[in-house]
Write a protein that binds this ligand. Structure first.
Ligand SMILES: [Zn+2]
Length: 351
């Protein structure tokens, strides 16, 4: 639109800062610490279009009416600096939830991240409601099975909603972004834990003891991942690989029950009634997503070319939704098989 050309990137913010005498050019105290110096550079870049700044100052309350422009990576404050391969299109810091939520409908580096998980959230909310409303005659043990599916949907819905919320309010302030990033990471652990529940329930239907052991182990590992995610430094760019590793490890803990199942039931039965093909596809998508996330592919090869669309984080988001959907499909087939058998456990079968 033609509107943005005449506007400074940050009307409200610049205004607020200009009230502060320290921020006026020429009045700055000598800068000793590199952090201070970087802050000064940022202020300078925000003040540059001051000529266009509206003169209203002083007692006028700060109103955010979407009057901001995207800014380049180098002028972001440290707490918003996450991926230096995304050169431009970042939202400026906007300490207003209203402004953050309005930015859902604007184009910037987080637009794709927000919408992929917002739509995923709606998808799994609908699937969850449909599953809960399915007539009880389609289940062997309706209450138990709905609780088991409910755990999966709870994990998926929490993960996806924490995620789109985090990406929405990420630019609010350091404190808010830190709080929501912890929720975001905890959500991933909840999704993985929730995914294990129906899979273990149906795959080890006739062997409750290993089922309980595997469920307990994944709960302990998942809670450990959530505890690790509360560590402040966990969210920093330096620990990108650590994060990918923690959630990859949590997901790959499923290799043990998979081996158990395949050895006990045989490869043929594992891939047919055990739905291992679908779970393998789910794992491949999940691992690919974690790999792209950790390595920041494709933007690392073409910095600045994936600022808005197809950056690694968006691809990772899409793969998470797709993997969760494939998992749901596999688990639904397991449920159907159990129903077809009319619940009966045969002599030496796990399933
Ligand atoms: Zn995300």
């Amino acid at each position: 639109g033609g509107r943005s050309e005449a506007e400074p990137p940050l009307v409200g913010h610049a205004r607020r800062q200009r009230q502060h005498p320290v921020l006026r050019p020429g009045r700055e105290p000598p800068l000793r610490h590199p952090l201070q110096r970087r802050g000064a550079e940022l202020r300078g870049s925000l003040q540059r279009p001051a000529g266009a700044c509206v003169s209203a100052r002083g007692s006028v309350p700060q109103v955010w009416e979407g009057r901001w422009r995207v800014i380049p990576y180098d002028v972001l404050p440290d707490w918003l600096k996450d991926n230096d391969y995304l050169l431009h299109g970042h939202r400026p810091p906007m300490p207003s939830f209203r402004a953050c939520f309005k930015s859902i409908f604007r184009i910037h580096t987080e637009t794709g991240n927000i919408w992929t998980h917002l739509l995923g959230f709606v998808l799994f909310l609908c699937l969850g409601i449909l599953t809960m409303l399915r007539p009880n005659m389609y289940f062997m043990a309706p209450l138990q099975e709905k609780v088991v599916f409910g755990m999966f949907f709870l994990g998926a819905v929490l993960c996806l909603s924490f995620s789109w919320l985090f990406h929405t309010v990420y630019c609010h302030s350091e404190k808010v972004s830190r709080t929501f990033s912890k929720l975001d990471y905890s959500g991933i652990a909840l999704l993985i834990m929730g995914s294990f529940v129906p899979w273990l329930y149906y795959s080890f239907y006739c062997s409750p003891q290993p089922r309980l052991i595997y469920l307990s182990i994944v709960c302990v590992l998942g809670i450990s991942a959530i505890i690790v995610a509360q560590w402040d430094r966990f969210a920093t760019p330096k620990h990108r690989q650590t994060r990918a590793g923690v959630f990859l490890g949590l997901g790959l803990s499923g290799v043990v029950p998979t081996m158990h199942f395949t050895i006990a039931e045989g490869f043929v039965k594992a891939t047919t009634v055990g739905q291992m093909g679908w779970f393998f596809l789910m794992a491949v998508m999940y691992i690919t997503g974690a790999g792209l996330y950790a390595a920041r592919i494709p933007e690392r090869f073409f910095p600045g070319k994936f600022d808005i669309w197809f950056q690694s984080h968006q691809i990772f988001h899409v793969l998470v939704v797709a993997a969760a959907f494939v998992h749901f499909y596999g688990v639904s087939n397991l449920q159907e098989f159990r129903y077809g058998l009319e619940g009966g456990c045969t002599d030496d079968s796990l399933l």
